[in-house]
Design a protein around this ligand. Structure first.
Ligand SMILES: Nc1ncnc2c1ncn2[C@@H]1O[C@H](COP(=O)(O)OP(=O)(O)O)[C@@H](O)[C@H]1O
Ligand SMILES: [Mg+2]
Length: 314
């Protein structure tokens, strides 16, 4: 640690969205690649941008980091417009969009030192801290050409966060990684949000990875935002979930529980998790046989499969 206070801008607005997409569109030769994306991303989380190939993820990311112009709308990073205050906006961003520039015949450490020279005020201590953050300590003095894909990516992330950006953007970071590598990526991204207070924006076409990795997932298809889900909140005690009670007399059960609908031998009701035992007790108390209680909330997977026609999403 170098003891530097994290710059909060002194305005007490820690919960200001790190990223605001405001009606963002990308139109190339009269074709809309991205249409009217509006989305706020609050700080301190791993945010997933999920969509099938060709959905517009990379296009959006390229606009976020200034590699492509924004046709309509604007993107604010920590309150700074990418369109009108690009320098200020981009100063808050670290990103791996294409392959990060690295010198294969230098060590990881030499690469970081070289890279640090391009950014003012990066101390040796900061470099050491960053190496630890991405878990490269043991191999940092080996040449990059001996690194696995996962290790090169860690080095890329280290480069991207050296200057302590508020936002780290990774385009399909799990591509090409083996399951072990994916797991490690997940762990150190999570650690980064905790220890550096950084917000991580990752894209992927794989739902299962996003579910494990992210706190919030936005789903994009054909350049349009379909849904945004807070995965953490849904696990919360007061979140509403759909529950099916399988009983011997659904008609009678539905009379006992207002709002329930009958589905065959089940009644289905939207409740909080805490209400479930109470409803069960009511049914049992009235002499009904309860054979089973199941959570039938539509999962992200249901929705994603519906959206992509139930076919492959690759
Ligand atoms: N520079 C470009 N010119 C024209 N079309 C493009 C360009 N870049 C991407 N596209 C098209 O835009 C759509 C979205 O692409 P992309 O953002 O790469 O999707 P994703 O990253 O979600 O797979 C695709 O149909 C792609 O062919
Ligand atoms: Mg892409």
């Amino acid at each position: 640690m170098n003891g530097e206070p994290v710059d909060e801008g002194g305005n007490g607005m820690q919960n200001e969205p790190v990223v605001r997409l405001q009606g963002v569109s990308k139109i190339i030769s009269s074709r809309s690649l991205v249409s009217d994306l509006t989305l706020d991303i609050s700080p301190g989380q791993v945010f997933g941008f999920l969509g099938p190939n060709g959905a517009g993820k990379t296009t959006t990311i390229r606009m976020m980091v200034g590699l492509m112009s924004i046709s309509k709308g604007d993107i604010l990073i920590s309150g700074h417009s990418v369109k009108t205050e690009f320098e200020k906006a981009i100063a808050e961003v670290g990103a791996i969009v294409e392959n990060p520039e690295m010198y294969k015949f230098l060590t990881g450490y030499q690469n970081l030192v070289h890279f640090a020279r391009m950014s003012p005020g990066i101390t040796k201590e900061r470099i050491a801290e960053t190496i630890e953050r991405v878990g490269l300590t043991a191999r940092i003095h080996d040449k990059v050409k001996t690194y696995s894909l996962g290790m090169r990516q860690r080095l890329g992330v280290a480069q991207a966060i050296l200057h302590k950006p508020k936002l780290l953007v990774l385009d399909e970071p799990t591509n090409g990684l083996d399951p072990q590598g994916i797991r490690e990526l997940r762990d150190y991204l999570r650690q980064l949000t905790r220890e550096e207070g950084i917000t991580v924006f990752v894209s992927s076409h794989l739902l299962s990875e996003m579910e494990l990795m992210c706190d919030t997932v936005a789903i994009i298809q054909n350049g349009k935002l379909i849904d945004v889900r807070n995965l953490r909140q849904e696990a919360g005690a007061d979140a509403q979930i759909e529950v099916a009670f399988e009983v011997n007399n659904a008609q009678r059960a539905a009379e006992l529980i207002p709002g329930a609908t009958i589905q065959g031998s089940n009644i289905v009701i939207s409740v909080s998790r805490e209400q479930i035992p109470e409803l069960n007790a009511r049914l049992v108390h009235e002499g009904l046989q309860v054979y089973g209680i199941r959570n039938v909330t539509h999962t992200l997977e249901d929705q994603f499969l519906q959206m992509t026609g139930g076919g492959g999403i690759g």
